[in-house]
Write a protein that binds this ligand. Structure first.
Ligand SMILES: [Fe+2]
Ligand SMILES: [Fe+2]
Length: 336
């Protein structure tokens, strides 16, 4: 899924090493010209170290978010209420795994190995979207994650299809198409529940109440507290500011909530005719930072599940490498 639309420095240091490049005025000028012309920087091109480092951090955090994002919903695959819902959910969770793979591949083109990135994630140094550190308590949470979390992700990721770094931009085009399916399946699941029993309707409302504010925080701190955003905009990595994306999300979601028949849990949420946008209440940034810094309800559980999956899969990686070595040997023998 899902990038956080800001760069959180990874904890510790220096696992995510970027390849150092010489500073050369001509190269810098060429890079600036491509950026100014709204062109694409490709892996073979010279780029400033800071640009490379920013991208490695952002793309790897995004990749980690995709695969950690599989966990809260994966918990519901065995408990989906029908074969149809189970099939849809399996497809969605599988998509998220695929998003992780495209993004790890994009980050690798910047000179960082996948092992380095996994090591940063598994040792707890790397960040991922804090939204996945909350539990999925009922089936309605799965629908709300599709509707709101994937919905916020789309808002955030569509501008990334125009990112100045070619491999990231191209990966995001396919990701966004799949996120659109995720959002619709979530909304459709909730619509079905809202036509059901009073208990089902209450379950949907409860899930919306628990996820709404966390989704607004997914867009990252207010613009006034996001000093790195300016540089990201200059480099064509970031196209729309955190606050503008958040506003677009609120404006798009309010009419959807009305059709669904749920209330968004914000007494200050109202249309402002003068601004042509909805006003909304204050986000609890203390809670957000608590979760980003490892103290959310599920941080430890998510990390432990990831590490276990990595360790349990060691034999598969070893077998694949042994097979590749055998193939190579055979090809060499046949060529001799
Ligand atoms: Fe998604
Ligand atoms: Fe995704």
């Amino acid at each position: 899924m899902y990038t956080q639309s800001f760069n959180v420095p990874d904890g510790g240091t220096p696992t995510l090493q970027a390849v150092p490049a010489p500073v050369d005025a001509d190269l810098q000028a060429r890079f600036d010209a491509v950026i100014d012309a709204d062109g694409k920087i490709e892996p073979r091109d010279w780029m400033p170290d800071a640009y490379r480092k920013t991208l490695v951090r952002q793309i790897s955090q995004h990749a980690h978010s995709e695969i950690v994002g599989m966990l809260p919903e994966g918990n519901w695959i065995s408990r989906a209420p029908s074969l149809k819902r189970k099939t849809i959910l399996v497809a969605k969770v599988q998509d998220e795994g695929g998003h992780g793979l495209y993004l790890y591949s994009a980050a690798e083109t910047l000179g960082t190995s996948r092992d380095q990135m996994f090591d940063a994630l598994h040792s707890g140094r790397a960040k991922y979207s804090s939204i996945f550190n909350y539990p999925t308590l009922t089936w309605a949470d799965v629908g709300v994650i599709g509707w709101l979390v994937d919905g916020a992700a789309i808002m955030n990721q569509i501008p990334l299809c125009r990112c100045s770094y070619g491999p990231y931009a191209r990966a995001m085009i396919r990701v966004c198409k799949e996120e659109s399916f995720h959002q619709r399946q979530g909304y459709e699941a909730l619509l079905t529940m809202m036509q059901g029993t009073p208990e089902q309707k209450a379950m949907v409302q409860d899930a919306v109440n628990r996820w709404w504010w966390k989704c607004l925080a997914m867009f990252g701190p207010p613009d006034t507290d996001s000093p790195n955003s300016v540089q990201g905009m200059r480099w064509g990595i970031k196209r729309i500011s955190n606050d503008d994306l958040r506003q677009k999300f609120v404006d798009a979601t309010v009419p959807q909530a009305e059709v669904l028949g749920v209330t968004l849990p914000d007494p200050d949420l109202k249309w402002n005719a003068e601004r042509g946008h909805h006003d909304f209440g204050a986000i609890d940034w203390d809670e957000f930072w608590q979760v980003v810094n490892g103290n959310g309800p599920c941080n430890q559980e998510r990390l432990a599940t990831r590490v276990k999956a990595w360790e349990d899969g060691a034999w598969v990686r070893e077998a694949a490498l042994a097979h590749a070595r055998k193939q190579e040997q055979r090809a060499r023998q046949e060529a001799a």
